[in-house]
Design a protein around this ligand. Structure first.
Ligand code: SF4
Length: 94
């Protein structure tokens, strides 16, 4: 499952979620974001239309952090940074 907020893309490999005992992503979303991740049938899902997610999401990254430390490492967030590719090419850090 994947969804977009204003500038980021959140990807969740929910095949790892049924075995997750903490569901830490949902708790983190309630505390640090606006509770857009909710639990349904043992897996996190998004509540809202794509437009609502883009408006409500705070891009806090808390779900990814909590999933890696207390869940099953199912979340990765892509954060595009303008000019990063060119910078890395210029400085040989690819
Ligand atoms: S914390 Fe990670 S593994 Fe656990 S339910 Fe959330 S996304 Fe799935």
């Amino acid at each position: 499952m994947e969804f977009h907020e204003r500038t980021i893309k959140v990807v969740i490999d929910d095949s790892k979620c049924e075995q997750c005992s903490t569901k830490a992503c949902v708790e983190a979303c309630k505390i640090y974001d606006r509770g857009i991740l909710v639990l349904k049938e043992g897996k996190p899902i998004m509540e809202g239309t794509p437009e609502e997610l883009a408006r409500r999401g705070t891009e806090c990254l808390a779900c990814e952090y909590e999933c890696w430390f207390r869940g099953n490492g199912a979340i990765s967030i892509e954060v595009p940074i303008k000019g990063l590719q060119e910078y890395r090419e210029k400085h040989g850090t690819l």
